[in-house]
Write a protein that binds this ligand. Structure first.
Ligand code: CS2
Ligand code: MG
Length: 402
């Protein structure tokens, strides 16, 4: 079998997605997600200009060799654009391998290690009262884990709180919108909201919170300590994670578990965090961390150091990524949680898939391959729309992490 074509499909059913579709001379095709929110065309160009020409004529079964060719052959290694492009190729090749073998990909990864993939939804609202109603919405639908994000009095908007309760899409304008942030107001607000939620829903519901890269280590230590009475499953992205040793300071002060990694694109971004057990969950994903092949390596390193998976699963990761993630999640020994921000009906129509939500779990498709595809005709009806993620400034105008 040989690769005869590879299509880079950019579509915007409500939000932009980039999909790579690899075609072989025996008619078997495979798909991979290459979506990088706000930087979609950078990855599309990387694929079109620097990857696709090199794929034509290659044996699609040589997944590892192709990965190494695209990684070592790039010279300029790592980075979100390069690794999202490599991820798309890797994911599509696993899809093809599954179809050729007549097996769902998880069977090629060692089979089931659990009956279902426990997922968490996003409860978000401006006030504690409204947050309680949002959490109840997820509990009524069988969710075992809920992320809680709340508004901050005095701030017009904050991360994760949106008017549209089910679908949260932060990339909302062609030029980045500017938000205002106050760490003090935030730190004075969040603990009381979790006190209300824990009091209302009892001790068994897994509660999570996304800090979204906005604190310093000592501020994160203060937040973690203030949340200890509410026994969170994790506080996510407490600080920007370039300084991996900075997490030692957080660890010295609090037992609140830490989840980091949705912006990571290789094992090197988290190698120290994992081997020093500075985190409890690694949130790297199929689409941004080099595909199924490299994500497995990250999770295998994590398994040696008591670190579990907690993969990113926002709406800007397409159903192709989610389908692939579930095959990894159901098979690895150290699965923790999978984020699940539902896609819109418009998006699901463009990406028909076989995974399904049932009783707090997502279950991967049993079809050969990944169990997802892209409807190219329908995709063509949704042209790309320039969209950027917001930026954040402090109240004095200083630039801050969004
Ligand atoms: C967030 C994301 O889901 C999460 O945990 O961090 O919504 C993130 O803001 C977006 O994926 C950025 O595109
Ligand atoms: Mg996050």
């Amino acid at each position: 079998m040989r690769i005869t074509d590879a299509k880079v499909i950019v579509t915007c059913p409500g939000r932009n997605f980039v999909t790579l579709k690899i075609v072989t001379d025996e008619g078997v095709t495979g798909v991979g997600d290459a979506t990088l929110n706000g930087r979609e065309l950078a990855v599309a160009a990387y694929l079109t200009e620097h990857v696709v020409p090199a794929l034509i004529g290659r044996d699609p079964a040589r997944i590892e060799d192709t990965w190494q060719y695209l990684y070592k052959g790039a010279y300029w290694r790592r980075g979100p654009v390069t690794m999202s492009a490599i991820a798309a190729v890797d994911t599509a090749l696993w899809d093809i391998l599954g179809k050729v073998a007549g097996l769902p990909v998880y069977r090629l990864l060692g089979g089931r290690s659990r009956e279902g993939v426990t997922v968490y939804g996003h409860a978000n609202a401006e006030t504690a009262e409204a947050v309680l109603a949002e959490v109840a919405w997820y509990v009524e639908r069988g969710y075992r884990a809920v992320r809680v994000q709340t508004g901050v009095p005095g701030l017009a908007a904050t991360y994760g709180v949106s008017g549209d309760k089910t679908f949260y899409e932060p990339a909302d304008a062609a030029i980045a919108t500017e938000a205002v942030w106050s760490t003090e107001r935030y730190l004075n607000t969040v603990p009381s909201v979790f006190a209300r939620v824990r009091d209302e829903f009892g001790p068994d519901l897994k509660l999570l919170h996304d800090v979204h890269h906005r604190l310093t280590p000592i501020e994160a230590a203060r937040l973690g300590r203030s949340l200890e009475p509410y026994a969170l499953t994790w506080m996510e992205d407490p600080v920007p994670a370039e300084l991996q040793e900075g997490f030692r300071l957080i660890r010295q002060h609090t037992t609140t578990p830490i989840a980091v990694g949705e912006v990571f694109n290789t094992v090197w971004d988290c190698q120290q965090l994992i081997t020093e057990q500075l985190i409890d969950y690694i949130r790297a994903t199929v689409v941004h961390a080099g595909g199924i092949s490299h994500l497995r390596r990250i999770f295998d390193l994590a398994a040696l150091h008591h670190v579990r998976s907690g993969s990113h699963g926002a709406t800007d990761l397409s159903p192709v990524c989610m389908a692939a993630a579930l095959h990894v999640d159901i098979s690895i020994p150290n699965f923790g949680l999978q984020e699940y921000m539902r896609h819109t009906g418009e998006t699901d129509a463009v990406f028909p898939h076989g995974y399904r939500f049932e009783n707090g779990y997502l279950l991967p498709s049993e079809e050969p391959g990944l169990g997802v595809d892209i409807d190219e005709e329908l995709a063509a009806k949704y042209p790309y729309q320039p969209k950027a993620l917001p930026v954040n400034r402090l109240e004095d105008g200083s630039m801050h992490s969004w």
